[in-house]
Design a protein around this ligand. Structure first.
Ligand code: GLY
Length: 375
């Protein structure tokens, strides 16, 4: 169980991450990984599945931190592959942020590659085109009956729009991102800091119709990864705009998240799942994502005000490192165990998830002084 008094030795963790990622390069090869089950082997998803950016994102961070070109060589082609796929029949949706931020955008930040910036702006235009003016939200998915559906996860993808305005000088992208962020504050974040996963709007009038449970236990429950998306997403919106409404929203969600962590500081998949919470699976990916968001939040505040968030992040990371990592198994292709993808659908429960790995690496890199930001 996590011990508050134990200091996080993030340099020692970083020393473990480097050989781990080196092995993953050989193990993962050309795969687009999402889930690794009990056998420790990552699957290989279509590149338009929402998780395809996270493995190259890990590689770009490793390159940026170490200057080692081996990571860059493996990561280089991912934004080209994504762009080619966008020109074929595909399932891309609001998650183009998750696709292009850890590929094209970081590639451009690190190498100044001109094709990469063009691809990032192409994706931002695609995302902006999903904006519903009357509802003030970005459409999430592509299903026939989902034109009025918006999900809390999109808060993370707003980083692509904020970046696009900064990069191009065109304010439209940021205006759309702010309008959506305002909707997150208004329609997703509850008074106690928990969040709705899906909000269904009338796509014509923009009126809120209902909230749906989605990947959470119930419409009024507290899906932990969705809470992490809101925490981090609102922090990003504050960093780009300076609007205190987003800062206060991020803090409200952060306090809810921290207050509901169990003894070992790694969240259950839903903070209000039915039955005995102790029997419910954890979601290490929610912990890793929240930890990176909490570090970000702490860095935007004074040392004194930010301390509570930084301490919480360190406790989560320490526990993930000590009790959830695969360091003992060189054949395991993931970094973290015990993630939960979609419990209500019975999908990917107690598995490794590539986005958990990504946010764990990102969080430790931030503590090691990594400066580039993609989220
Ligand atoms: N963005 C989908 C998920 O968090 O599972």
């Amino acid at each position: 169980m996590g011990d508050k008094t134990e200091l996080l030795d993030f340099s020692a963790i970083w020393e473990q991450i480097m050989p781990k990622v080196d092995r993953m390069i050989a193990q993962i090869g050309d795969k687009s990984p999402h889930v690794a089950g009990a056998d420790g082997k990552y699957d290989d998803k279509r590149i338009d599945w929402w998780t395809s950016g996270f493995w190259p994102g890990i590689l770009w961070i490793m390159h940026d931190m170490t200057g080692d070109d081996r990571y860059k060589e493996v990561a280089w082609h991912w934004d080209e592959r994504l762009e080619r796929f966008m020109l074929e029949p595909n399932h891309f949706d609001h998650d183009v942020g998750f696709h292009f931020l850890p590929t094209a955008v970081i590639k451009h930040k690190v190498t100044r590659d001109e094709d990469a910036v063009r691809r990032g702006l192409f994706a931002a235009n695609f995302m902006a085109g999903r904006f519903n003016l009357n509802g003030g939200f970005i459409r999430a998915w592509n299903g026939d009956h989902q034109s009025g559906w918006s999900i809390v996860d999109t808060a993370m993808n707003l980083a692509l729009l904020f970046w696009a305005t900064k990069e191009s000088g065109d304010p439209r992208f940021g205006q759309i991102a702010e309008a959506h962020a305002d909707t997150v504050v208004r329609a997703f974040i509850r008074d106690d800091g928990s969040v709705n996963h899906i909000v269904s709007f009338d796509p014509e009038t923009g009126e809120v119709l209902e909230s749906l449970g989605g990947q959470g236990a119930a419409p009024d429950s507290g899906w932990s990864r969705g809470t992490a998306w809101a925490l981090y997403g609102m922090t990003i919106a504050y960093r780009y705009t300076g609007k205190t409404a987003y800062l206060h929203a991020a803090q409200r969600v952060a306090h809810y998240f921290i207050a509901h962590l169990p003894e070992d500081h790694v969240p259950h998949w839903d903070f209000r799942a039915d039955g005995r919470l102790d029997d419910e699976p954890r979601d290490s990916s929610a912990g890793a994502c929240a930890a990176s968001g909490l570090i970000e939040l702490s860095m935007l505040l004074t040392e004194k005000t930010g301390r509570v968030y930084r301490d919480a992040a360190e406790r989560i990371l320490q526990s993930l490192y000590r009790d959830y990592g695969t360091w003992d198994d060189a054949g395991h292709e993931a970094i973290l165990r015990h993630g939960t993808g979609h419990k209500p659908a019975g999908q990917n429960v107690d598995v490794s998830l590539i986005y958990g790995d990504y946010f764990f690496v990102e969080a430790i890199a931030k503590l090691k002084g990594w400066k580039h930001r993609i989220f």
